[in-house]
Design a protein around this ligand. Structure first.
Ligand SMILES: [Zn+2]
Length: 377
């Protein structure tokens, strides 16, 4: 029987495991909730023979790494990356519980990326049960990916540098489940404007409107967008002023930058940080920078994808690749030059959206693929 056919026999067990993981809600911003799920996974991993290291955190959930020694191989480790935090607040599960209908499973975080956690638990169980050989495996469970991995980045980079490959179990590209060989980099900025308040009726000429200056800044920032280069600047949130009859003293904007290459990142980040006021008397300060570097489709990334494609073919899967504007922890590891295979999660759609779902046939196929990658890479 084919590997996919064999894994399909584990469908019910996989779904039961996924139900438990989805039902324990884990928004990035709720440490207690994320830690509850992490503790369950620590137990599961220890039960599967892992040595578990917990990295306590003050604000976000505790990070953890589960490590399995090599079996029958003497080689550098593989790093598997998942995150258990979601964008869904506590209580979403009551309104949108975990449900299975035919080939579809729904629930908060099921696609991004709790299915991946169930897949990985099953894959290590499978390798162990059958005594299949593999490199040392390290599984990083991140708890603050959805807020930009502010705490985990150094740990991710340290583990990646010691690894032969990084398998990033982020969801693939809908609808067909393409792997991600190119991701844009993301910059996050806050622009603050200081003007001078004045009575809008009695002596407007004594004022300097922070809001007028903000309008200039918005025009400038959006003019940095260049679709042909894949560079976009979006002023997504603005605020300022106090009353209609007061010349605004303060205004601010929050800005999102996306770039396809590191050279574009350097150019546009400098242009944003270097923004100057147009209105005499206004002050502009810009804070922020590149949060995640772009994952460029380098020869290293292409070679890693090709290797995954070969292994996919051996089990009867035809893998495709695509580019995405979204960033992940794979951006960090790819930027270090470590072969990174991203988008290995479960096919489905609706990440960060109400209609989020996975395809259960995809869950079976991608679990089989993960087993094959862990065994053969
Ligand atoms: Zn994700």
């Amino acid at each position: 029987m084919s590997l996919i056919g064999e894994v399909a026999r584990r469908r019910e067990a996989l779904l039961e495991s996924l139900r438990e993981i989805v039902t324990l809600e884990s928004p990035s911003t709720d440490k207690a909730a994320v830690d509850r799920l992490a503790r369950l996974l620590q137990e599961r991993c220890r039960g599967l023979g892992a040595e578990v290291t917990v990295y306590p955190q003050a604000e976000y959930g505790d990070l953890m790494v589960a490590s399995w020694p090599a079996r029958g191989r003497d080689a550098e480790p593989l790093l598997v990356m998942t995150h258990i935090d979601t964008v869904w607040p506590l209580g979403t599960i009551e309104r949108r519980p975990f449900v299975v209908e035919d080939d579809v499973a729904r629930g908060p975080g099921v696609f991004d990326m709790k299915a991946s956690v169930a897949m990985m638990l099953e894959a290590v169980r499978w390798l162990d049960e059958r005594g299949l050989e593999h490199r040392p495996i390290r599984w990083l469970i991140n708890t603050e990916e959805e807020v930009g991995s502010p705490v985990s980045r150094p740990l991710i980079e340290e583990l990646a540098r010691q690894s032969s490959y990084v398998l990033c179990l982020e969801p693939p590209v809908p609808p067909m489940g393409a792997l991600k060989t190119s991701r844009k980099g993301v910059g996050i900025f806050t622009v603050r404007i200081r003007g001078r308040a004045a009575h809008a009726g009695a002596d407007p000429e004594k004022g300097v409107s922070a809001i007028q200056e903000l309008a200039n800044q918005i025009q400038y920032l959006h003019s940095l967008t260049d679709f042909s280069l894949g560079t976009t600047v979006n002023v997504g949130v603005v605020g300022g002023g106090t009353r209609p009859n007061v010349v605004a003293e303060e205004a601010w904007a929050r800005v999102d930058l996306r770039v396809a290459t590191m050279s574009e990142a350097e150019r546009v980040v400098a242009a944003i940080l270097g923004s100057r006021p147009w209105l005499p008397g206004a002050e502009v300060t810009v804070e922020g920078g590149l949060n995640r570097p772009p994952m460029e489709r380098t020869p290293v990334i292409v070679a890693a994808f090709e290797r995954a494609r070969e292994i996919g073919r051996e089990i009867g899967l035809e893998l495709t690749e695509a580019a995405t504007g979204g960033a992940s922890d794979g951006n960090f590891t790819a930027a270090l030059g470590v072969p990174t295979i991203d988008g290995l999660g479960c096919p489905g759609d609706g990440g960060h959206a109400e209609h989020e779902y996975i395809r259960i046939s995809g869950l079976v196929e991608r679990t089989a693929l993960l087993i094959a990658l862990l065994h053969k890479l």
